[in-house]
Write a protein that binds this ligand. Structure first.
Ligand SMILES: Nc1ncnc2c1ncn2[C@@H]1O[C@H](COP(=O)(O)OP(=O)(O)O)[C@@H](O)[C@H]1O
Ligand SMILES: [Mg+2]
Length: 322
């Protein structure tokens, strides 16, 4: 594996290009994005790049036209979802990460799962609840019993950071879970809750390679917002202690998902390794967090890639994709 990592070298982009780190915005992950953006800004500045920090809330075409490259540090809708990527394509400003199509598909957990299934990649059984066509909790319960059984987990279709997510262990909790998800998106994803180990595989590079897998062990038992962003609330084991065969399988599924979904330069694929030894893909992230508690920097560090180099690898793959 190590032989691949050195292929992630940087092409030495000219340091006189003006780089705009775009972060913030109005999504529910604004704070996380500002944190990610600040870390990236500091790393680029430390490496001698000409860099400015742009809050998506204060963006204008004039401001965008003042930069040569956009380094996107956005999470959630209006950022991770293809919208800003479309604007940058029109303005012909190269940007980091995935393109319009990939970003808008991957932010959509349901679309992602449908595509994964088309390729025969494992993802937990699921049902969709659309608030525009409401069904009664009773009918929903019937569908769940038929198709997956309890417990289930209910998520808003296009959110992140475990926002709006509820574990539902019995039918009486179903309505509250659906209401919570519906606060964030018209579409709620009801998914079989998979008992097992939580793992994540990070994919990096133009010739994508998988970085060491991380096992995530939240002390509370649930990897929610607090467990994600509070120091010492979660134990991370990197590289995860896994049988070699399982490890190869997980990275293979992650790479296949990255390619299938046309991700570019960076992505992170979240898994639960079930008791049946099947690694189920929960979701893919095209703009994974880069905060001090974030996963991709930990995986990169385990591969000998420090934060500054990680940021430069992503930067050097910035380009227009349409
Ligand atoms: N089907 C599932 N079975 C078990 N745990 C799950 C399942 N889906 C999600 N989770 C838990 O919820 C967390 C958030 O879910 P995820 O699909 O990764 O959405 P996001 O990170 O975008 O909020 C996961 O990290 C995992 O801890
Ligand atoms: Mg996730």
């Amino acid at each position: 594996m190590a032989k691949h990592f050195k292929d992630l070298n940087i092409r030495g982009r000219k340091k006189d290009a003006r780089i705009g780190v775009i972060a913030g915005g109005n999504s529910s992950e604004r704070e996380v994005s500002l944190n990610t953006g600040t870390k990236i800004f500091e790393a680029l500045q430390g490496s001698g790049y000409l860099v400015e920090f742009i809050d998506l809330n204060e963006i204008s075409i004039k401001r965008l036209n003042s930069i040569d490259i956009a380094f996107l540090a956005l999470h959630g809708r209006y950022g991770e979802d293809g919208t800003i990527q479309g604007m940058l394509e029109l303005l012909r400003i190269p940007y980091t990460g995935s393109g319009v199509l990939s970003s808008s598909v991957v932010i959509d957990k349901i679309m992602t799962k449908k595509l994964l299934l088309c390729e025969g990649l494992p993802t937990p059984p699921f049902a969709i609840f659309d608030t525009k066509y409401p069904v009664s909790a009773k009918d929903m319960d019937k569908k769940i019993e038929q198709e997956m059984g309890y417990p289930v987990i209910i998520k808003p279709n296009r959110e992140g950071s475990t926002i709006g997510v509820t574990i539902v262990r019995k039918p009486s909790q179903l309505k509250a879970g659906l209401d919570e998800a519906s606060n964030h998106d018209d579409l709620a994803l009801v998914e079989k809750f998979i008992e097992g180990r939580e793992l994540t595989s990070s994919i990096l590079g133009i010739e994508p390679v998988a970085l060491p897998i991380i096992e995530i062990r939240p002390k509370s038992g649930f990897y929610d917002y607090k467990s994600k962003y509070t120091a010492n609330m979660t134990e991370y084991i990197v590289p995860a202690e896994l049988d070699e065969q399982i490890s190869i399988k997980i990275n293979d599924i992650a790479l296949k998902s990255h390619r299938l979904l046309q991700c570019s330069a960076i992505s992170r694929v979240d898994f639960i390794l079930g008791r049946d030894d099947i690694p189920y893909v929960l979701e893919v992230n095209t703009m994974p967090g880069m905060t001090p508690t974030s996963l991709v920097p930990k995986a990169a560090a385990a591969a000998g890639i420090n934060f500054g180099l990680l940021v430069e690898i992503i930067l050097n793959h910035a380009h227009l994709k349409i």
